[in-house]
Design a protein around this ligand. Structure first.
Ligand SMILES: Nc1ncnc2c1ncn2[C@@H]1O[C@H](COP(=O)(O)OP(=O)(O)OP(=O)(O)O)[C@@H](O)[C@H]1O
Ligand SMILES: Nc1ncnc2c1ncn2[C@@H]1O[C@H](COP(=O)(O)OP(=O)(O)OP(=O)(O)O)[C@@H](O)[C@H]1O
Length: 573
C-alpha cells in the first residue's frame, strides 16, 4: 500500500531562495535545486520497502537522521513543499507522490506533524476537529457524531470550545491527533505524536492506533523517540541512520542490534535475555529470578548521587538558600485557575522534575518563576528577587527558561549566529554556547537556518543557549522532544554537572525515563495543586503513570534505571 523504491532525499543549502515561512518555494524543488549556487546534503538514500495495508510501522533513528523527512515523503510534502529533492519513487495506494501533491493524497493520508501549533488552521478545538472532515465533504450528521467520538477518545470534551492557542502543549497535541483521526484516513502518519502527552494519554492514543490497525485495517506509520511507549505496538520497525534506511524488520530482531533502544531492551541486553521482551508483562516473567537475587542486595543508591542533606523534601535551615521558591502561588489564566496555593522551594544542587497530567499547570509554574505570568495570589522569588516586578536583565541572570516551543527563544539566521549572539548577550567567552550544543548533538551544521533544523536539533540549540549562560536556576519545559537516547544521556550529564556546581534545575516533563535518570526530587501537580513532593525513588515507583520501565519490571524493588541494576548485579551495560 505504501511503497518506497530506491528513495533518497537531499536538501539544498538554500537559505537565500526560501520564502520567509521556511517552506520551500511554491512548487517545491522536485528534481531540481534552488535558484542560487547550492550544494546538496543527502539525508538518506536507497530506501526500499513496502508497508502492507493494516500494519503499524515504527520509524526509529537518531536525532536529525531523517525520520520526519521520510514521513513527509508519504504525503507528498517531500518533494512538493519542504524544499527537499526526491530521488526514486514513492507510491501510496498506487498514486505516485511525484505527480500527486499533498492535497491529492489528503483523502488517503492523514499526517500529524511534530509541532501541532504549526498545523492548526482554525481557532477552536471543535472547529479544528471538524475542519478535515469538512474539507473531505463528510455529511453534517456523520461529522457531528465523529466530533463527539473524537472529543471523548482524546479527553478533550472539557476544552471543546477553547481557543487552540490557549491550550497546554499536550492539549494541543491531542487536538492535532484528533483532527487527523476524525477525518478517517486509510493511512495515518504521525511524527513523534506522544512527545507532549502525559504517560496515560500517550498509552490511550497508542491503544487507539492499535485498535484502528487491528479492527479497521488502517495503516499507521509513526516516528517516535520514546520507544518505551510504542515498540510493543509495532508490527515492524524501519531503522534509519548514517544516510541508510533498513527494510521492514521484526521489532525484537531490530532491537538486538539497534543503537537506539528503550530501557526494557537495555535491561534485557545487560542480563543477556534472549529473545528480548518488548512488553513489561513479558519482561516481568523473564525477570523473576533477577528479582529474587536483587531482593537479597541492599536497596540501590538514589540516582544521581547527591548530597544526602538535599535528599527528598527541602530540609529546614536550607530554606533560606532556595534559589527559587513559590509560596501559596495561585495563577489564573483566562477562565482557568491553572495553579492553586502551590508552595515549592528549590535549593542549589537539586534537579526537580515537575510532572502531572496535560494541563496540570507545569508550564504555568515555570512561566510564573520567570515572571512571565503574574500571581493572582501568593509570592514568587528567585533568591531575593520578585521576578514579576524585575527588569528582564535581572531575571535572566538568576533564571533561564527553555520554553516548550524552543523557537520562541531563537532569533538568528543561522546556528552559528545564534550561538555567537548568546555568547555576547551573556558575556561568555566566544565558542561557549557552540561547545554546549556540540555536547548535546555533535553534528549540527553551523550554517543552517534554525527553521530548517530537525526538531531535536532545534530543541538542543535552545537548550545550549540557556545552559551555557549557567543561571542560578535552569527551567526546562519538556526538553526532550526530538532527542534520541544518546542526546538525552548527554543532556543528563550536563544537568548533573550544573547541579553539582551549585545550580538548580527545574524541568517540566512527561518523560518518566528522563526523570528516573536525572531528578533528585519529583513534584507532581494535579489540577493546579501539588499532590506529591519527594525523592524520585519515593514518588516514581508507586505511581502507575510515572513508574519507569525498570521499576515496573522489578516492582516491588526500588530500582529505577538500567544503570542501577547493572551496578547491583555486575552485569555488563
Ligand atoms: N527544510 C530543510 N532544509 C534543509 N535541511 C533540512 C530541512 N529539513 C530537515 N533538514 C535537515 O535534514 C536532516 C534530517 O531532518 P529530519 O527533521 O528529517 O530529522 P529527524 O530524524 O526527524 O530528527 P528529530 O529526531 O530531531 O525529529 C537534519 O540534519 C535537518 O537539519
Ligand atoms: N494562554 C492561556 N489562556 C488560558 N488558559 C490557558 C493558557 N495557557 C494554558 N492555559 C490553561 O491552563 C491550564 C494549565 O496549563 P499548563 O500549560 O500550565 O499545563 P501543563 O501541565 O504544562 O500541560 P502540558 O503537559 O499539556 O504541557 C490548562 O488547563 C490550560 O488549558
Amino acid at each position: 500500500m505504501i511503497s518506497f523504491d530506491a528513495v533518497g532525499v537531499s536538501y539544498a543549502d538554500t537559505s537565500d531562495d526560501r520564502d520567509a515561512s521556511g517552506h520551500g518555494a511554491p512548487g517545491g524543488s522536485a528534481g531540481g535545486a534552488g535558484t542560487t549556487e547550492t550544494t546538496d546534503t543527502t539525508v538518506f538514500s536507497g530506501a526500499t520497502f513496502r508497508v502492507p495495508e493494516g500494519e503499524l510501522v515504527l520509524v526509529v533513528g537518531p536525532t536529525g537522521s531523517g525520520k520526519s523527512t521520510l514521513l513527509r515523503c508519504i504525503n507528498g510534502l517531500v518533494p512538493h513543499f519542504s524544499g527537499g529533492t526526491l530521488h526514486g519513487t514513492v507510491t501510496v495506494a498506487g498514486r505516485d507522490t511525484r505527480t500527486h501533491r499533498p492535497r491529492d493524497l489528503a483523502d488517503l493520508v492523514g499526517f500529524v506533524v511534530q509541532d501541532p501549533l504549526s498545523s492548526f488552521v482554525t481557532d477552536t478545538v471543535e472547529e479544528e476537529i471538524a475542519y478535515g472532515m469538512e474539507a473531505l465533504g463528510v455529511d453534517a450528521t456523520s461529522m457531528r457524531r465523529r466530533v463527539e467520538e473524537t472529543l471523548d477518545l482524546l479527553g478533550l470534551a472539557d476544552v471543546r470550545g477553547r481557543p487552540l492557542r490557549d491550550l497546554s502543549g499536550g492539549q494541543q497535541q491531542r487536538v492535532a491527533i484528533g483532527a487527523v483521526l476524525a477525518a478517517g484516513p486509510r493511512i495515518l502518519v504521525l511524527d513523534e505524536p506522544t512527545s507532549a502527552l502525559d504517560p496515560v494519554a500517550a498509552e490511550d492514543v497508542l491503544a487507539t492506533l492499535h485498535r484502528l490497525v487491528h479492527d479497521l485495517g488502517i495503516t499507521v506509520v509513526v516516528a517516535e523517540h520514546r520507544l518505551e511507549r510504542v515498540i510493543h505496538h509495532a508490527d515492524h520497525v524501519v531503522l534509519i541512520g548514517d544516510g541508510r534506511v533498513s527494510g521492514l524488520l521484526d521489532p525484537a530482531d531490530a532491537m538486538v542490534t539497534s543503537p537506539i533502544y528503550p530501557p526494557i531492551i537495555g535491561l534485557g541486553r545487560a542480563l543477556r535475555w534472549s529473545p528480548l521482551p518488548l512488553s513489561i508483562r513479558d519482561a516481568r516473567r523473564r525477570a523473576s529470578e533477577v528479582r529474587e537475587s536483587l531482593a537479597l542486595l541492599p536497596a540501590p543508591s538514589p540516582t544521581p548521587a547527591r548530597p544526602a542533606a538535599l535528599d527528598g523534601e527541602l530540609p529546614e535551615g536550607l530554606d533560606g538558600a532556595a534559589v527559587a521558591r513559590v509560596d501559596g502561588l495561585s495563577v489564573r489564566r483566562g477562565s482557568v485557575v491553572a495553579l492553586r496555593s502551590v508552595s515549592v522551594a528549590v535549593a542549589p544542587g537539586e534537579v526537580v522534575a515537575v510532572m502531572g497530567r496535560n494541563g496540570a499547570g507545569k508550564s504555568t509554574l515555570l512561566s510564573a518563576l520567570v515572571g512571565q505570568l503574574r500571581p493572582s495570589a501568593g509570592t514568587v522569588r528567585l533568591g531575593p528577587l520578585d521576578p514579576s516586578g524585575a527588569r528582564p536583565a535581572e531575571v535572566v541572570r538568576r533564571a533561564g527558561m527553555v520554553p516548550q516551543d524552543p523557537s520562541l527563544i531563537l532569533y538568528a539566521e543561522s546556528v552559528a549566529g545564534e550561538c555567537t549572539a548568546a555568547d555576547r548577550d551573556f558575556g561568555l567567552p566566544r565558542g561557549t554556547t557552540a561547545g554546549v550544543l556540540r555536547r548535546i548533538v555533535p553534528d549540527v551544521d553551523a550554517e543552517q537556518h534554525p527553521r530548517d533544523l530537525s526538531e531535536g536539533q532545534r530543541v538542543s540549540l535552545a537548550l545550549a543557549v540557556i545552559l551555557a549562560s549557567e543561571p542560578d536556576v535552569v527551567l526546562l519545559d519538556e526538553p526532550t522532544r526530538g532527542l534520541d537516547y544518546a542526546a538525552k544521556r548527554r543532556l543528563v550529564a550536563l544537568l548533573q554537572q550544573l547541579a553539582a556546581t551549585g545550580h538548580a534545575v527545574v524541568l517540566a516533563t512527561h518523560d518518566v525515563e528522563l526523570a528516573a535518570e536525572v531528578a533528585t526530587r519529583v513534584v507532581v501537580l494535579a489540577e493546579g495543586e501539588v499532590v506529591a513532593d519527594g525523592s524520585a525513588a519515593s514518588v516514581l515507583p508507586g505511581s502507575p503513570a510515572f513508574a519507569p520501565q525498570v521499576s515496573k519490571i522489578l516492582h516491588p524493588l526500588h530500582f529505577l534505571t538500567v544503570d542501577q541494576v547493572v551496578a547491583a548485579t555486575g552485569a555488563a551495560s
